[in-house]
Every structure is written in structure tokens, then in C-alpha cells.
Design a protein around this ligand. Sequence first.
Ligand code: VGL
Ligand code: ZN
Length: 229
Amino acid sequence: MPSVAEDAALAVIDMQEDFCPPDGALAVSGGRDIAPVINQLLALPFKLKFATQDYHPKDHCSFASQHPGKEPFTSTHTIRNPEAVGDEAEEQTTILWPDHCIQGTRGCELIPELDTSSLQCIIKKGGDRRVEAYSAFGPPFREPAVGMSDLPNLLKASQIKRVFVCGLAFDYCVKCTAIDAADAGYETFLVEDASKAVDQGEGAIAANKGEMEQHGVKFIRSNAIIKTT
Ligand code: VGL
Ligand code: ZN
């Protein structure tokens, strides 16, 4: 492997209070425990290091509270591309959540265990109340694109070829970021021991890995990166 200093970015996804025990609104089991592993990765000389923050307005469409009669974690909703013209529009069906990561609240803050001192930037996502935005690249709608983040420009400007993704949650924001990075042509690695899933069942983990593999995402452990750096 070439050195991560040459061509690699480290993406630290959504290490926020609301995704962590003990009292996060959408706490991912073991979410806080991966901070030390991520800090070890942040100590490596990646060419680019950035974090993301789920950053919702209080009436975000992904909140079950915005949909009378619907329940967090079990109900779904379908979103049409709000910028589409004509009858045909991309659609995304996704799960509804408890209110979480509301701008300006404690739940939205990055956890203090994360060493943020070497981060070059923090990308905020999920700010458009009309659309869900799991990926650090932006909402899933591309025809036309709705609210893409600065990430594509940042990766190009930094001449990145490889993207290493870690953080929360494995099966949502980490997965969607990894798939978008791979689809954008970056050699993409998910750092398995530096990520935790909402659904930690064996079957769910395997299905999500399979989906990512279809897009060319590779899986790696933090030791393998540290050893070769
Ligand atoms: C996430 C659910 C809702 C995540 C964000 O960061 O994976 N999951 N919003
Ligand atoms: Zn969210």
C-alpha cells in the first residue's frame, strides 16, 4: 500500500452525542467505544482528514415526530426528489427516526472523546428539511442534484485517490458515504473496527457488507493501516 500521506482521505462520520450511549436520542450500541480507534487513525498522516455532522433542523422529514401516526425505527417514508420537474422523479424510501442531531443542541455536538485537533474540516449534512442525507456527499437525489456537499470539490482539490471511512453508523451514514465514494471512482475502504451499526445482527451486517461490495467498497481493519503507515 502507498502511504496514506500520498493520496488518502480519512472520513470520520457522525461521531455525535445523539448517536452515542448512554443518552443519545439514536444511540448506537458501542458508539462511544470506537473513539480511541478513530483517534489512532487521526494520528496518521492522511493527506486529508475530515469529520461529518448530522445537522438537522427541528422539523426534518426523517423525524417520525413529523409524520402523525408513524413510529421511529419501524415506520418508513418515501421522499421524491423535491427539485424534479415533470412526473418522473427519483424516490427514496427510508426509515423514520427519533428526533436527533438538531442544530444547536447538545445531541448534535461531536463527542469530546474524539480528537478533533487534526481535522481539516467538518462537513454538515441533513440541513435541508425536505430530504434525508446519509452520505457525506449529499442527499441521494442526482437528477437534478439536490444540495450536494463540498466533499467532491474537497477531494479533487486535495488530489485524493483513496478514501477511508469510519464512524457512525455502519449501516446508514458510513455505508452511504462509502458507496458514494466508490461510485465517484475513489478506492474506498471501510475501517471495520472503527465503525458500529444500528442493527448489529449478523445477517444485517452481512447484507450491508454485500451491498457495499457490489459497489467495490473494501473492508479493512485499523491495524492493517497503522502497520503499513
Ligand atoms: C444516521 C440515522 C439517521 C447516521 C443519521 O449517522 O448513520 N443514522 N441519521
Ligand atoms: Zn439523521
